[in-house]
Design a protein around this ligand. Structure first.
Ligand SMILES: Cc1cc2nc3c(=O)[nH]c(=O)nc-3n(C[C@H](O)[C@H](O)[C@H](O)COP(=O)(O)OP(=O)(O)OC[C@H]3O[C@@H](n4cnc5c(N)ncnc54)[C@H](O)[C@@H]3O)c2cc1C
Length: 326
């Protein structure tokens, strides 16, 4: 029924660093943002205990604590933060229609998508166990490599990102063992050459993970098997890195927005604009390169500023707020 439709100036989908930063800017610009948190309030960082590379925290901060602070900052400027999962959108007309939990219908002048991406894991029980314990399993070398300085680690993957991450780890760690499932890399020749030419990276082809080993609290090795011979052996390691790709949370947008082959939303370079006017994207949902909290926050800021300017151009009664720069 039409009476049930809520109209909002700015709807933000997602509550990671991108969504909350967009909310802080949009709220301070009088856009009255409504933000839906989705099934993971606070986003990916709520799954990590130590964030040491977000500016402003000289002693580091836990992911959950940092995200509560971002939420509080967004709410301080009266962002309407709500529980709810966006299940459907219709961006075919001038009005951007969004459905929450399949029931509530919202018509938004602007939509900021901050739905992030999820790292893929192997799905082994032992991997998930140490991942949940925060005991040595990671899908982000740039985030967590520092904690394994001068130690031995194992990384799984064969694409460009895996090579990039293995090389990154090789500069911090004593030894990096790279497990490649097939008898060749999927990466570009240049990335492959980089890992092949790095002395402390050992590459094991036709090799898969059988089990992540540990003492019940932290990882202390990885049992691997050769998928040609079925032979198993154990590799001592304190860190197990999984670099087999990410899945952007963008399925619901695929009928309206341009996505790349993996599902990342394609933005107009240098902006947060998508191919649909009034719909903007920020954070990992569009970023397959950097995937960091600070870059997500940066693009959240861009999305709110782009949305503000879009509203101002469309509606002469809407004033671009100077508060953005105060
Ligand atoms: C274990 C781990 C450790 C990390 N450590 C660091 C670190 O130390 N430093 C660093 O800079 N980066 C780190 N990262 C990366 C960082 O977490 C991400 O780059 C960042 O969180 C991306 O922010 P985002 O706002 O784009 O999305 P996300 O944080 O992924 O948040 C996405 C949000 O969208 C919501 N959502 C998704 N779909 C819907 C929907 N349909 N409806 C409503 N809501 C929806 C989710 O509930 C979630 O709130 C780490 C990542 C992981 C997994």
């Amino acid at each position: 029924m039409a009476e049930d439709i809520e109209k909002v100036k700015c709807l933000i989908i997602g509550s990671g660093p991108a969504g909350y930063t967009a909310a802080i800017y949009a709220a301070r610009a009088n856009m009255g943002p409504v933000l839906y948190q989705g099934s993971q309030p606070g986003g990916q960082l709520t799954t990590t205990n130590e964030v040491e590379n977000f500016p402003g925290y000289p002693e580091g901060v836990t992911g959950p604590e940092m995200m509560l602070q971002l939420q509080a900052q967004a709410e301080r400027f009266e962002t309407d933060v709500r529980n709810g999962w966006v299940t459907k959108v219709d961006f075919s007309g001038d009005i951007h229609k969004v459905w929450v939990n399949d029931t509530k219908e919202i018509h938004a002048d602007t939509v900021i998508i901050s739905t992030g991406a999820s790292a893929k894991y192997l799905g082994l029980e032992s991997e998930q166990k140490y991942l949940k314990l925060g005991g040595g399993v990671s899908a982000c070398a740039v985030c967590d490599g520092f904690f394994y300085r001068n130690q031995e680690v194992v990384i799984v993957g064969a694409g460009d990102s895996a090579c990039e991450e293995a090389h990154y780890l090789s500069k911090l760690c004593k030894k990096v063992t790279m497990l490649v499932r097939r008898d060749e890399f999927r990466a570009s020749k240049i990335m492959e050459a980089r890992v092949r030419n790095t002395e402390n990276i050992e590459i094991l082809f036709n090799t898969e993970t059988d089990e992540v080993l540990g003492d019940g609290q932290v990882v202390n090795g990885v049992r691997v098997f050769n998928n040609k011979t079925n032979e198993k052996h154990d590799i001592p390691a304190t860190g197990f890195f999984v670099a087999i790709g990410h899945k952007p949370n963008t399925d619901i947008f695929k009928d309206y927005l341009d996505l790349d082959e993996t599902g990342y939303i394609i933005n107009v370079p240098g902006t947060s604009k998508t191919n649909v006017e009034g719909v903007f994207v920020s954070g990992d949902a569009a970023d397959h390169v950097y995937r960091q909290a600070v870059t997500a926050a940066g693009t959240g800021c861009m999305a709110a500023l782009d949305a503000e300017r879009y509203l101002a151009a469309k509606d002469s009664t809407f004033e671009v707020s100077t508060s953005t720069y105060n």
